[in-house]
Design a binder for this molecule. Sequence first.
Ligand code: NAD
Ligand code: WQD
Length: 678
Amino acid sequence: MSDEYILVTGGAGYIGSHTVIELINHGYKVVIADNLSNSSYDAVARIEFIVKQHVPFYKVDIRNEKELNQVFSNHKISGVIHFAALKAVGESTKIPLEYYDNNVSGTIALLNVCKSNNVKTIVFSSSATVYGDVTRFGDNSMIPIPEHCPMDPTNPYGRTKFVIESILKDIYDSDELWKVAILRYFNPIGAHPSGLLGEDPLGIPNNLLPYLAQVAIGRREKLSIFGNDYNSHDGTPIRDYIHVVDLAKGHIAALAYLKNLQSKGLYREWNLGTGKGSTVFDVYHAFCRAVGKELPYEVVARRAGDVLDLTAKPDRANKELNWKAELTVDDACKDLWKWTTENPYGFHIDNYSWENFDGYNNRLHSFVNGPLKVNLANHGALIQKVLLDGVNMVKAYDNAADFKDKSNPFFGTTVGRFANRVAKGQFELNGKKYQLTQNEGNNNLHAGFNGFDKQDFLGPVVKHKDGKFLVDFLIVDKDGNDGFPGEVEAIVHYTIDESSVGIEYECRLLSGEATIVNMTNHSYFDVSDSANIDGTEVKLVTDQMMEVDAELIPTGKFVANEYVTDPIVLDEKKPFDNCFIVDDDNCGIDTRARPLKKVFEATHPKTNNKFTVETTEPAFQFYTGDGVNTKGFAKRCGFCVEPSRFIDAINHEKWANQVILKKGEVYGSKIKYGFTKK
Ligand code: NAD
Ligand code: WQD
């Protein structure tokens, strides 16, 4: 793959985010610059989740040439797709200066930086709005609208597009090495079919479908249809509605066209539309079909500035760019409805916020659900804090950089792809021997030097459903990392309600025939609200433990633990770092269908805070943190309960099928950590 990037300005926005996905799907590397003035970083996190790779992001205002230039210094940019703009027609009539400053001055700044970095390939987001009211030609000669239709925008927003087109033309005229594609979009609609990305309008939506979607979800009472006395089959105006994914693909086609040019440079305009007009009622009915019910509406007076017909003549793009819109208004309505039901308030979710935890690559995401506040970070998909009524029950650093310190005892992280120990770091699978890194004496512990705990996960995708936060992180672990065979994709699903943090692990093989997987969470819990867990009262569901040797590798036998009384009062004279057996049946590779079983409970007389662990897993490691010695935390600052498969299962014939993940199968397990008052 080339080391050249396409810079996407406004890539966190509606059309930009869909285009970034298509670019990556077509093998391009992308860097996003967006000031987030009309978008959310969550869109970028979701892009990464969808494309399963990191996408560099800069929170930059394109008017800031210095910061923008830094993006060009950090990445070798070969071309730019320029979406960043303010785009509300009505608003532009009220604050025209802001529109000219943001859109026109922003583009001039961008072009200055492009020029000084010798980047001369640009695809520009223009709009059908530059044509103005084409019914002015009277004889319908400009309907559908061809690119040669004279421009006459009727509002400040449209005029910013007209001015920018003119600037780009002047630049090309001054230097024919520029390659400029002007894409004039008609009415973009719909959302990503995954349901993860879509339009997220702030305030009251101006556009037809975003408004209708809010009526359908109950955020608005009814749709106002702006006039039914136009000269169309049902009296409502005609527009060329184009699915945003088709529109996004048009950018890939334009970029490819510029790259493959035979001439030195080019300045050319293309309409991106379907060529098919639909009335407001046509679209209304299509959306009602997608929702499955009639939605309330009222016909009101015409909206000032609306015209009868804006339908594209897309022949030039069809022919020259070899691009054609393929999806229908019905497809767009279906995808919009999925996006709306799964994200009723777009990217905004009450009681969810995030902050940088070391730049954008590492973030801290906070969720408040009743008395519980939970902080998760994408580094290691870790649990950084759980506060119950303001009292912290999970020990970990407050500073992102500390998590990367060598003395970090896996604070809060997801451990995998293989938790716990593999004896000598060796195993055999399908007749082949593998040697893993030996990061703890002879053995491999928690996957080695670059386990899941050391990596930044992609996402999260955050949703709120039935009173719970759903938070998904994803990681792709490369074939050969720490010696493990096959590339895997693992998803950590968190569910946060008012009294618990649930975790569901899911892992699939992306390449190779088989690998080994065992995932768990390595949080240090504390119910004492103090620096030391001693005095904590603990109940374990079992006293059956794995017998282990001096290196904590199982002998294959189970033994009873003499210390397990009911309850155990934690005391440093009786340290635990033991694997307890919940079930010795054959659990297989996916335990998620098994009932959650309560395996652990801890309380402390001082706080009356109660912590419980439920799991579908056959075993759990109980560790009292006696080896902890790190910045701000001493030994026994917290205890770990790590539900998992049997230690070193791969090297014991009768346990090996707990951990062998074959192509086409899914590894799965569940944990539920409860945080309540006694
Ligand atoms: P959007 O608002 O969702 O996306 C624009 C993005 O640009 C946002 O993420 C915003 O934060 C960012 N941005 C704005 N000003 C910026 C600045 N100064 N510096 C950095 N980032 C900045 O809008 P969209 O619908 O995705 O539109 C994308 C482009 O397509 C715009 O240029 C718009 O004018 C054009 N367009 C949109 C439509 C439409 O109906 N959506 C139609 C025709 C053309
Ligand atoms: C579509 C039709 C309304 C809302 C705008 C910009 C254009 C481009 C795309 C950026 C019209 C009717 C709408 C409602 C309604 N954007 N309608 N009730 O006006 O065609 O184009 O977005 O470049 O420049 O002007 O789109 O979605 O607002 O309207 O009846 O609540 O729906 O009258 O006929 P429009 P729209």
